[in-house]
Design a protein around this ligand. Structure first.
Ligand SMILES: *Cc1c(COP(=O)(O)O)cnc(C)c1O
Length: 366
């Protein structure tokens, strides 16, 4: 029997299975050097903003947006070399992931994740009632084909989530690992590869979608396209899977300004590509500098951020950086990430500010 609750304390309650979940939190603090959420350090090119605003001015605002986002999917499909019917689009890749879990997860179904990885994968899974099976990466955060194969064979999940490159570790998932998972899973299992940072890495799983209805690759405009504020993401999958996702998602979910922004961005591809090159070269510079510092252990990265281990002092260092106006992400109290912080690659000046401040703090400490 449920214990009696005094009437004045009764209120609507969340479902039993999600009542004690913690929400997503990454502090949004106003400091001069913000290197904590892996955004692009630069706003979109000014040509983009001009193009977009001009297009926005002509929108018939009393009409619903194009429900199928036909023009955007056409343009993006051309850009990716994929037919438009293999693209599903939503407000950020988090909404894409949520739609995947709504449709292919849910009560009585399970999802395998390999941790540490993106915390929103298990979070979204749980919210949709999907059972989460958390499997471990190796201590160096790699995931070998044999470990991945064994896990999916043992647990027979409905969904497997991989992240390439992986957030927050930065490591690029091996192609052979993705292939091993695809070989090992049942014909009814959906393999989701979150590629929010793919453009910073040297390979993408998009090529593997061809002919394999069990794979969806999730991408976002939030990072490389400098469009985090606009909320636009998509996945590439077999056309039947895309049709299934459409049947689950809300109609008219993508506003017309969002659709127009997605198209305008593609017209500025060259600038995007040159920014990716700038960030990759800054990443290599920051990686080398961290590698030179005593008591700092950076992990290899194929993304626009670097995870580094400092040990017991990590939280104090995070605070000291923060006190000096440099915000990075504190993972030091997360399971498997003890003693780790993560820094997003910013502009040359921001990266210098981070490196100099970190160096200063470690000297003061010594
Ligand atoms: C940043 C990030 C996303 C992006 O989410 P959006 O909703 O598209 O902004 C998705 N997956 C991972 C792993 C990320 O790090």
């Amino acid at each position: 029997m449920t214990p009696a609750v005094p009437e004045d304390e009764m209120r609507p309650l969340l479902r039993d299975d999600i009542r004690n979940l913690e929400g997503y939190h990454s502090p949004q603090l106003n400091v001069s050097v913000r290197l904590n959420t892996n955004e692009s350090p630069l706003p979109p090119p000014s040509g983009f903003v001009g193009d977009w605003l001009e297009a926005v001015r002509t929108i018939p605002l009393h009409r619903y947006p194009d429900r199928t986002a036909r023009d955007l999917r056409g343009a993006l499909g051309e850009f990716l070399g994929q037919p438009a019917d293999r693209l599903f689009m939503a407000n950020g890749s988090n909404e894409v992931l949520q739609t995947i879990f709504l449709g292919f997860g849910g009560h009585g179904r399970s999802a395998v994740v390999f941790e540490p990885s993106y915390a929103l994968h298990p979070h979204i899974a749980r919210i949709t009632g999907t059972e989460v099976v958390s499997c471990d990466r190796l201590p160096d955060f790699t995931l070998s084909p044999s470990v991945a194969r064994a896990a999916v064979t043992e647990h027979q999940p409905d969904i497997v989530v991989l992240c390439n490159p992986n957030n927050p570790t930065g490591l690029v998932e091996q192609r052979s690992t993705v292939e091993a998972v695809l070989e090992a899973v049942a014909p009814t299992t959906l393999v989701v590869v979150d590629e929010a940072y793919a453009e910073f890495a040297d390979w993408s799983a998009i090529d593997l979608v061809d002919g394999d209805a069990r794979l969806v690759v999730v991408r976002t405009y939030s990072k490389i396209w400098s469009m985090a504020a606009l909320r636009l993401g998509f996945c590439v999958g077999a056309s039947k899977i895309v049709a299934d996702l459409e049947s689950v998602a809300l109609p008219y979910r993508l506003s017309t300004p969002t659709q127009l922004a997605g198209m305008a961005a593609l017209r500025h591809e060259a600038e995007m590509a040159s920014r990716v090159r700038m960030i990759v070269s800054e990443r290599e510079r920051v990686m080398a500098a961290l590698g030179e510092m005593e008591h700092v252990e950076p992990f290899p990265s194929g993304a626009n951020f670097i995870l580094f281990r400092l040990g017991d002092k990590a939280h104090a260092v995070w605070q000291a950086l923060m006190d000096r106006g440099v915000l990075v992400r504190d993972f030091s109290s997360w399971p498997r990430l003890e003693g780790c912080l993560r820094v997003t690659i910013g502009t040359n000046e921001e990266n210098d500010a981070f490196l100099e401040t970190l160096d200063l703090i470690s000297r003061e400490d010594a």
